[in-house]
Design a protein around this ligand. Structure first.
Ligand SMILES: [Fe+2]
Ligand SMILES: [Fe+2]
Length: 470
């Protein structure tokens, strides 16, 4: 299963054994590189200390070294095949998994792959200019690591489209480079991926909340009966873990610095002292969490039910669930808005699968609050951070069109709008955060608004030259 780097496209899927597929992907490659040059990181660099996958095994799958970013070896890496793997859920539970796409599920599977594929390059586009204001070389390197891996995740989805979906797959692969984040005429498919990531607090929030949505989507696709999709997602999840590490520790460091400045100046108004006030951090949490919740779709979804029954998309950790894995007899509670109040409805568990995945995600997001509040507590601060109610600021699903406060109260539009500036980042908040974004490119130095990291990358010191600038 080790990766062949002698090929034009590094891979562990024996591309050389399928000349037609190899040629098709080789003709997509220049388009990808052109997209990377025009829509990828804007800051010119000489080289960056990056991790490259060299194997997909449990131990030592990555190699670290300085590489020129445009020479990064993007490729196609699938986790090892389990020859005994069987479908774990749905009406075909117990049957062998599929190595090819069954005709009746072709359209649905292609759609799931395209939607996942669309998010990968989108985030690179959103983060395009962040290198120009990196708070340290360490952070700059982490940004670029996330970017090259999102590029690789695009390769992962494009491989599936080319290898298993014929001409329509190739057309969809082209379209993945033609839509662009925030583009008025051809935007990315999902709302959160058309939002801006204009500053590093947004970047840390994005990698905490939005990459974490990715973790849950990939986790449910990893359960798929379509084995190549499952194996692709399994390996993507390994890379994804670093993206969330960047978000988690990034917010840790902002909160730590905010606490430090608040104590030092004995005031929560630390804007003038080069810090980000805690209430601004809370507003960024409110925003990024709510737009990420939208990515899970409607609480009640017949599509989700059909995908599950057919074996296309499972639940988070499907095999650890203690039930019959078909859910035909089961019920679930979902929150609904009825007669001017938030209440719950009992629905078929199959219809509530988006809600199920979202609930797992919400639990996971809580862990961030815990750790950030521990930082505040240790710093002797009384204030705490929290997740807003799931109905707050939603554009998709049951709560769309309703005015829910962060505390979970249903209020009128006027009451909600009157408090909007206390709940979501205002233009002034964003302008302040942006005003702090000045690049710090000296090894070991750090911007005013964030604490230094605890450790470096791959046992390198914090003042290591992670990035060489021209
Ligand atoms: Fe990704
Ligand atoms: Fe990611």
């Amino acid at each position: 299963m080790s990766i062949d780097y002698s090929e034009k496209i590094p891979n562990n899927v024996d591309l050389a054994g399928d000349r037609k597929l190899q040629r098709a992907l080789e003709s997509w490659q220049p388009n990808f590189l052109n997209w990377w040059k025009t829509m990828g990181p804007a800051l010119p660099t000489e080289d960056v200390y990056l991790r490259t996958a060299v194997d997909v095994g449990r131990e030592g799958w990555a190699h670290f070294g300085h590489v020129a970013m445009e020479e990064y070896r993007w490729g196609v890496f699938l986790a090892e095949r389990n020859h005994d793997r069987r479908i774990a859920f749905g009406e075909r539970r117990g049957e062998p998994v599929w190595q090819q796409v069954p005709g009746e599920y072709r359209a649905d599977l292609q759609r799931l792959i395209v939607i996942q594929g669309d998010t990968e390059p989108a985030s690179v586009e959103q983060q395009r200019r962040l290198g120009e204001t990196a708070p340290s070389l360490y952070d700059l390197r982490n940004l670029f690591q996330v970017n090259v891996e999102e590029g690789r995740h695009l390769w992962a989805m494009v491989y599936l489209l080319h290898a298993y979906f014929g001409r329509t797959g190739r057309t969809e692969a082209e379209a993945l480079l033609q839509r662009n984040s925030g583009d008025l005429d051809s935007p990315r498919m999902l709302g959160a991926f058309n939002e801006e990531t204009p500053d590093w607090l947004s970047f840390f929030m994005f990698t905490y909340f939005t990459d974490r949505d990715g973790k849950y989507q990939l986790g449910s696709l990893k359960e798929s009966a379509f084995d190549p999709l499952s194996r692709t997602c399994e390996f993507m999840l390994k890379e994804e873990a670093h993206h969330m590490f960047v978000g988690t520790t990034g917010v840790d460091r902002v909160v730590a610095r905010t606490a430090e400045l608040t104590r030092e100046h004995d005031s929560e108004d630390i804007a003038a002292h080069g810090g980000i006030p805690l209430d601004v951090i809370q507003k960024y949490i409110n925003f990024h969490y709510s737009v990420s919740l939208d990515l899970f779709g409607s609480e009640r979804s017949t599509n989700a039910a059909n995908y599950f029954t057919a074996g296309l998309k499972g639940r988070w950790q499907e095999e650890r669930r203690d039930d019959d894995h078909t859910l035909t007899e089961d019920a679930a509670e979902v929150a609904v808005v009825r007669d001017g109040a938030i209440t719950t409805d009992e629905v078929s568990a199959l219809l509530a699968l988006n809600h199920d995945l979202r609930s797992e995600y919400v639990k996971d997001c809580q862990s961030g609050m815990k750790r950030w509040n521990r930082i505040l507590e240790r710093a002797g601060m009384d204030r705490r951070l929290s997740l807003p109610h799931v109905g707050f600021n939603r554009q998709v699903g049951e709560f769309a069109g309703h005015n829910v406060t962060p505390a979970g109260d249903l209020v009128g539009a006027d009451a909600w709008n009157a408090k909007r500036d206390a709940w979501l980042p205002t233009e002034a908040d964003k302008a302040h955060v942006r005003s702090l974004m000045r690049p710090v490119y000296e090894p070991g130095k750090i911007a005013s608004w964030v604490s230094p990291p605890n450790t470096g990358i791959n046992n390198k010191p914090i003042d290591y030259e992670y990035v060489h600038l021209p």
